[in-house]
Each structure stands twice: as structure tokens, then as C-alpha cells.
Design a protein around this ligand. Structure first.
Ligand code: 13P
Length: 251
């Protein structure tokens, strides 16, 4: 059943990109039609570029998303951005719970769940990130950590239409290291089981992305793994050629 899930190739630009990066985004838009048969494409630039990018992307085969949101729709929260504002700017999906936000801003599962609900309230898909650290992996705690994060971060009412889960082992992010295909298959199978037992048919259809040092050279192998329905890409998503080559690697 999960084999029929259409892959999503999502780029997380993190805190990278000035207005001049529009040229790279244009190259992605120009190449998108060629890979549209393989996967849905989404680029999550910094919030400052969402409006300009979504204007450019209108009618093209690339969606524009955001990297974080505040749980509330408005209010006295200096420096924060509401999901409604991101959607107003053109975002159709919002990443929440990225490990860099969990680590840099002390975000916990309950807050992340509220952010996912905020994305829904605004009409966006929530892309919820989970993943273990190197220390947790070394201690043999990977599955327990993932179970806890899924339980705490995913709201009730998650469906294949409103939620994407991204498994990003923290030790694989930006390091050039990746788990073996066997490890990814085991972990994605474990996540799928938990999603199916909690969300039934929807859990079987929710897209499950792998993230962490995905590049053109390893994408085809990773994307072919059972229960891998696409990728969340950091560094390699900044270059159109790499981003599109990864999408081409989808089965
Ligand atoms: P890299 O692809 O740079 O390892 O980053 C992965 C990531 O954190 C995407 O959200």
C-alpha cells in the first residue's frame, strides 16, 4: 500500500539565502517539469524569501514552504512569525520540530505538536521532524526516542493530507554520514507501524521522509528503501542541479 505513495522531495534552506538566491530558485522552477513525474517538489527558504518565491512558483511544479512557526495566530511575540502569516506569504507546508530548533531553542514535543496544529489551523501541511542524537544512538535508545517524539509531537487528527513525518538522525545532518539502507528500512518500518497503529489507514499513507546528508550520489539508494517516501534535504537543496538530481533518483 505504501508503495503507491507519491514521493516528496523537500529542500530545507535553513538560514541560507538572500534575494540573489532567486536565480537558483528559478533554475529549480525551470527544471521541475522534467522531474514532476517522479516526485512532488517543495522548497522551504528563509521566511524573508517565501513571498517572492511563491509569486515566482505560481503555476509551476514546485511548492514553497516554511521552516518554523509560532503556535499562536497573532499577538505580542516579538520576532516570531505565525503560521497564518507564512500561509499569507504563500507557504503551503511548514516544517516543525527540526532538530536544530529542538537543540538551539529548547523546543519540546508538546510545543512542536502545537506548532503542527497551528500549521493546520492556517491551512498548511505540517512536516514534523524526529530523530535521535549520536549519544542516544550509541546508548541503543533510538527506537525509544523516536516512539516518544512521535507520540508527543504528532497531533490527533493527523492524516496523509495534513502531515508529513521526516526522520532525520541528528548525527547524519550536515556530516556526510548516513545510516545504511538496512538501518533506514528498519527505522522507517518501525515508524510506519506506529503511524498505522495510531492513525489506521491514514497512518499507512502518511509520507515518511528520510533526511540527513542526502545528495545526488546516495539518493537513489535511499529513496528505494521500503517506507521511504521522499527526502528532506539541507545543504544539497541549495543548488538546483543537486536538488533536481536527487528528485530524479526517486524510483
Ligand atoms: P543536510 O542535508 O545538510 O544533512 O541537512 C538535513 C536537514 O537537516 C534537513 O532538514
Amino acid at each position: 500500500m505504501t508503495d503507491a505513495i507519491r514521493p516528496l522531495i523537500a529542500g530545507n534552506w535553513k538560514m541560507n539565502g538572500l534575494k540573489a538566491a532567486a536565480a537558483e530558485f528559478d533554475a529549480m522552477l525551470n527544471g521541475a517539469a522534467e522531474v514532476a513525474g517522479k516526485a512532488d517538489l517543495l522548497v522551504c527558504p528563509p521566511a524573508t524569501l517565501i513571498a517572492a518565491f511563491s509569486d515566482k512558483a505560481r503555476g509551476k511544479a514546485v511548492g514553497v514552504g516554511a521552516q518554523d512557526c509560532h503556535p499562536k495566530p497573532s499577538g505580542a511575540h516579538t520576532g516570531d512569525v505565525a503560521a497564518e502569516m507564512l500561509v499569507d506569504a504563500g507557504a503551503t507546508a511548514i516544517i516543525v520540530g527540526h532538530s536544530e530548533r529542538r537543540a538551539d531553542h529548547g523546543e519540546g514535543d508538546a510545543l512542536i505538536r502545537h506548532k503542527a496544529e497551528a500549521a493546520w489551523r492556517a491551512g498548511a501541511v505540517a512536516i514534523v521532524c524526529i530523530g535521535e542524537t549520536q549519544a542516544q544512538r550509541d546508548a541503543g535508545q533510538t527506537l525509544d526516542i523516536l516512539r516518544g517524539q512521535l507520540h508527543g509531537s504528532l497531533p490527533e487528527g493527523s492524516t496523509a493530507a495534513n502531515l508529513v513525518v521526516a526522520y532525520e538522525p541528528v548525527w547524519a545532518i550536515g556530516t556526510g554520514l548516513t545510516p545504511t539502507s538496512q538501518d533506514v528500512e528498519q527505522i522507517h518500518g518501525f515508524i510506519r507501524e506506529l503511524l498505522t497503529s495510531r492513525f489506521k489507514a491514514d497512518g499507512a499513507a502518511i509520507r515518511l521522509l528520510y533526511g540527513g546528508s542526502v545528495k545526488p550520489s546516495n539518493a537513489a539508494e535511499l529513496m528505494a528503501v521500503k517506507n521511504v517516501n521522499g527526502a528532506l534535504i539541507g545543504g544539497a537543496s541549495l543548488k538546483a542541479a543537486d536538488f533536481l538530481a536527487i528528485a530524479k533518483g526517486c524510483p
